[in-house]
Ligand binder design. Sequence first.
Ligand SMILES: Nc1ncnc2c1ncn2[C@@H]1O[C@H](COP(=O)(O)OP(=O)(O)OP(=O)(O)O)[C@@H](O)[C@H]1O
Ligand SMILES: [Mg+2]
Length: 278
Amino acid sequence: MGQNTKNQDESDNPFQETRTIDASAAEVVPQEIIISEQACSLLYQPHLLQNPVVNLLSGDSLPRAESSKIISSGGRGQAWFVEIDGLSCVLRKYRRGGMIARLVKHTYFSFNLENTRSVAEYRLLQWMHEQGLAVPLAVAASVCRWPFKFSPFYRAQILVQRIADVQTLDQLLIQRELSAIEWQRVAQCIRQFHNAGVYHADLNANNILLDKKGKVYLIDFDKSELRNSHTSSNMWMQDNLQRLKRSLLKQQLINSQYNFSRKNWQCLIDAYDASASI
Ligand SMILES: Nc1ncnc2c1ncn2[C@@H]1O[C@H](COP(=O)(O)OP(=O)(O)OP(=O)(O)O)[C@@H](O)[C@H]1O
Ligand SMILES: [Mg+2]
């Protein structure tokens, strides 16, 4: 999905279809609206947000937010729990990682709105939601060009629905051991995404959420994309799993107590292999 990672056959990509909805047609309830003013654009779901200002997500403060709280664990410190129009959401600013972040933290490059990080993630979330995959609903995506209106450089934010009563896999493993059933559910969840062709660009223990009933969700789909799941090569699926394993082993080194063992990983792999046809 991200412009840097697009390496699949374009014809497989459902986002090639046009999804623009004519908001002026009175009988049609629009599923999405894009507003643009000066250098900013906001794509949002009108049944979730009512008449938002274009800089709803991009301003220094969140004028419409009834409350906001920075999320200090599990990411790069660029995400907030916010309440907007009575809706519990997570707001995330796109920020680079690695060496390049020393030079440019928040700025990306694209002429095309559809290829910007926030809009690409919004579209993918919407598509996955339609497929019945366990993801938060996309509420809005924001793009602001700078230093001038027609610049290819932009900063971006996304607003997604907050999933209630969840903990990350990482938080849980610090507290307690997971049962075999919980590891199997994690495996089956990942398998469902892979079967649908979803490559998660950053599958780690902080991007897997479990709710109190044991339902598993995946979050944080920046740079993720659709890939072919019907070929004999499943390299990208294995890459995803290995990335998750590395993140678990890394957390094990950092935390004095971390409830992750070889047996747990084998349990996950067995359940993943057994659920090929989910
Ligand atoms: N939809 C959601 N519902 C509940 N909690 C969430 C949701 N999205 C994110 N969180 C919490 O916020 C944390 C950070 O969110 P997220 O993974 O989206 O951003 P990030 O990791 O900071 O982004 P990046 O990896 O690009 O730096 C998650 O680990 C999780 O604890
Ligand atoms: Mg994350």
